[in-house]
Design a binder for this molecule. Structure first.
Ligand code: SAM
Length: 198
């Protein structure tokens, strides 16, 4: 039987985020896709917490709702789980509380139209909001895939953006597996270490 490696960007990200998620917390999946990350967040913060999940594709929303119902979380949909068919640049239209964890998994929806990809302008607009909505001690995780067309532009824009973030307010971790892949995914973790001085 093959051993399921923990050295996958999605698994490493969850191991780190586990430290920040508990029952009662508020979490956001910025790129819902097929709902695997939404499910993970729900399993960590429910029954008392809240999860908001965003995607611009209706089939992502449908796949996620189906997965959540299959995993017996259907009763929480609409009260504590909010799956929203809209761009993550509009977080503030839907979320009024401060947030423990934001998860971004950039790129295209596996098994779907791979021309619908996350885009540097909206990703960065949404990160601007996420930084202000994040609790002190909270984390934004971002996995960047850049092997597809348009991926390299997004990677570059993100690197520039992260380079300009205040190191007094935020700590930033970067991780990748350079020996295993041609364009290995990159994990970024942004932790808010203190609130901006007014
Ligand atoms: N986390 C997902 C999962 O577990 O299945 C995979 C996410 S997939 C790599 C990226 C997703 O981002 C796609 O489903 C795509 O439709 C979505 N997306 C693209 N632009 C977006 C935007 N502006 N706002 C929210 N989602 C967006």
């Amino acid at each position: 039987m093959p051993i399921n490696s923990i050295l996958r960007s999605t698994e490493i990200t969850k191991i780190l985020l586990d430290q920040k998620l508990e029952n009662g917390g508020t979490a956001v999946d910025a790129t819902m896709g097929n709902g695997k990350d939404t499910l993970y967040l729900c399993q960590r913060v429910l029954p008392n917490g809240k999860v908001f999940a965003f995607d611009i594709q209706e089939n992502a929303l449908n796949n996620t709702l189906k997965l959540l119902k299959k995993e017996a979380l259907g009763t929480y949909i609409g009260s504590q789980i909010h799956c929203i068919c809209d761009s993550h640049e509009y977080f503030d239209h839907y979320i009024s509380e401060s947030v423990d964890v934001f998860m971004y998994n950039l790129g295209y929806l596996p098994g779907s139209d791979n021309s619908i990809i996350t885009n540097p302008t909206t990703t960065i607009k949404s990160l601007d909001l996420a930084l202000t909505m994040l609790k002190v001690g909270g984390i934004i995780s971002i996995i960047v895939y850049y092997g597809h067309s348009g991926g390299m532009e997004e990677k570059k824009a993100l690197e520039e953006y992260l380079g300009d973030i205040s190191s007094e307010e935020y700590k930033i971790f970067q991780g990748t597996m350079p020996y295993n892949d041609h364009c290995p995914p990159i994990i970024y973790m942004i932790e808010k270490s203190r609130q901006k001085k007014q």
